[in-house]
Design a protein around this ligand. Sequence first.
Ligand code: NDP
Length: 293
Amino acid sequence: MTATVIDGKAFAAKVREKVAGHVDRLKQDHGITPGLAVVLVGEDPASQVYVRSKGKMTVEVGMASFEHRLDANTSEADLLALIDQLNSDASVHGILVQLPLPDHLDSDLVINSIDPAKDVDGFHISNVGLLGTGQKSMVPCTPLGCLMMLRGHHGSLSGMNAVVIGRSNIVGKPMAQLLLGESCTVTMAHSRTKDLPGVVRQADIVVAAVGRPQMVPGDWIKPGATVIDVGINRIDKPEGGTRLVGDVDYDSCAAVAAAITPVPGGVGPMTIACLLANTVTACCRANGLAEPD
Ligand code: NDP
């Protein structure tokens, strides 16, 4: 079997097109321009790349982008003051603080100082609680993107066995909550899981969010399963230079699975598209308008 490739780039382009349509209507019909503020503290090279591409895509769909680049030594008080200002700025509908923050800053404190209604990353404790109890919330972008691709590929996920490898607050846990919300039978695996290959072999859906290059080999995958690879790992190429790989061994998994997301071009592009979609949702909610579905 050779797996169908779930094209995250194409999915993301459709999501962005839909977002652009909503933005256009918000502008034309209501005179509102959705705005996304991104706060970057320090000079982490990967974060700089993410922030630049988030800003570019925000503008491309017609929204306003507000970038705040702060020195690595910025005090917690100054960062909290900026968030406070963004919380009360009516032209800002979404606020994202790029993680990781420098060590001297308390990420939980900072994230929980964002107005939950503007927390487009869905990391605020209120949004975590709302998601966990199945209520309307802001859903973290990466797992939301994974879910959209799964729904797009399968339609209903009801009754499927899903194994999520990784239990981080930003990917693994919210992913498991979303799959539970779709009536999957969900297993969360992590570094202490016994017989991980045996656990993964039960899965109709495998979501790998581990941060270990090519960790999941094809012989862990049940024939016909769907594999969503969240991992983004840079490895050395034998001939020199580097390349990006996921948390699954693509070739051996694609030989067994029915469908698989590639790296790059899978989950990554969907993450930013979902950030834009969340910003439009936040803008509609802030203005008492019907939300996009
Ligand atoms: P974290 O490091 O926060 O979490 C990794 C998880 O993997 C932990 O729960 C850990 O278990 C588990 N784990 C580590 N080693 C093993 C192992 N040998 N067997 C089983 N489980 C293991 O990572 P993130 O969730 O933040 O990110 C995961 C990956 O996804 C990374 O590659 C990251 O770059 C990528 N990513 C991609 C995004 C995208 O847009 N595509 C967005 C965010 C992340 P334990 O809890 O027991 O330590």
